[in-house]
Design a protein around this ligand. Structure first.
Ligand code: FPP
Ligand code: MG
Length: 298
């Protein structure tokens, strides 16, 4: 039924009656559509459900268009990002168009759904701002990292699950916790993959986050594990593209202190909770989505 969501997004874009915008939309690489998948699995495939899924995916796509400008990222899903092809101005405005059209359509769903989704978009923006702020210096505060990834990533997944539960007349709390845990784990795994995957698999240079100044969970754990002198060395490497030898040192230290295992363990704990929550509700498809997430390649 995901194809119904694709058709709905295409229709919303076609409503704008602008050839150039339609051609930009055609250039967007297809995503995993995780948020739409959750919404459909929770609430079925009625028209309001499909519309809500399409709106959420448009907002998500808009946020990634802006994020790639903010991160100066030239690749998205192994393809040149839209900002790389058309420049920052076009990427930002196209993001604004998807975002505002999504918001316009949100008005036609229900006040409760509009409230939960629009609140999450504010959280997204706060989280992205915090991500930028935290990267200005070496952040070793795990709580600050967790709050930031909750806002930046988990809030929209949590809201998607909550909105779907509202549409389906299901109790929204359990679904929101499920979505929140899934979102937190998703971002943690994304942050781990930035370290463990090679650049070809990743579609962007490895250790890109650290070069960007982002000290994600593994760097926070590594910082905790290192002796003072090594800690200083880690600080000296922060926020720049590393030479091969420096990169090897970071990876070696991560291995020595079992940092990836520890970070993965955190994500797994959240996923296990999410699986449990859905299993007791008999929501097999949803617990399977959580299982698949933790089984991604390391
Ligand atoms: C990706 O993070 C970024 C997000 C999930 C959220 C971005 C949010 C905004 C730009 C604010 C909201 C804007 C609008 C238009 C709704 P990442 O850089 O860690 O992940 P990546 O590796 O996929 O780039
Ligand atoms: Mg980014």
């Amino acid at each position: 039924m995901l194809s119904a969501v694709e058709r709905k997004i295409e229709q919303f874009v076609a409503d704008l009656d602008d050839q150039y915008v339609s051609s930009l939309y055609a250039k967007l690489p297809e995503g995993k559509r995780l948020r739409a998948k959750l919404i459909l699995k929770i609430a079925g495939s009625g028209l309001s459900v499909v519309k809500t899924a399409a709106i959420v995916e448009m907002i998500h796509a808009a946020s990634l268009l802006h994020d790639d400008v903010i991160d100066d990222a030239h690749m998205r899903r192994s393809k040149p990002s839209l900002n790389a092809i058309y420049g920052n101005k076009t990427a930002i405005m196209f993001g604004d168009i998807l975002y505002s059209k999504g918001f316009f359509e949100l008005n036609n769903i229900s006040a409760d759904v509009a409230k939960i989704i629009s609140n999450a978009v504010t959280q997204l923006s706060l989280g992205e701002l915090q991500d930028v702020s935290l990267s200005k210096a070496f952040n070793d505060d795990k709580e600050a990292y967790l709050k930031m990834i909750y806002q930046k990533t988990a809030s929209l997944i949590e809201a998607s699950a909550g909105a779907a539960a509202i549409l389906a007349g299901k109790p929204k709390e359990a679904y929101m916790v499920y979505g929140r845990n899934l979102g937190l784990a998703f971002q943690m795994i994304d942050d781990i993959l930035d370290i463990t995957s090679d650049s070809a698999t990743l579609g962007k240079p490895a250790l890109h986050d650290f070069a960007e100044g982002k000290t994600t969970l593994p760097y926070i754990y590594l910082h905790e594990a290192l002796e003072m002198q090594e800690r200083q060395k880690l600080h000296s490497l922060h926020g720049r593209v590393l030479a091969e030898k420096e990169q090897a040192w970071v990876l070696e230290q991560m291995q020595k202190h079992l940092i990836i295992e520890k970070s993965y363990g955190q994500a797994k704990k959240l996923i296990d909770e999410a699986i449990e929550l859905m299993q007791v509700r008999g929501e097999k498809a949803l617990s399977d989505i959580a299982k698949e997430m933790i089984e991604r390649d390391f």
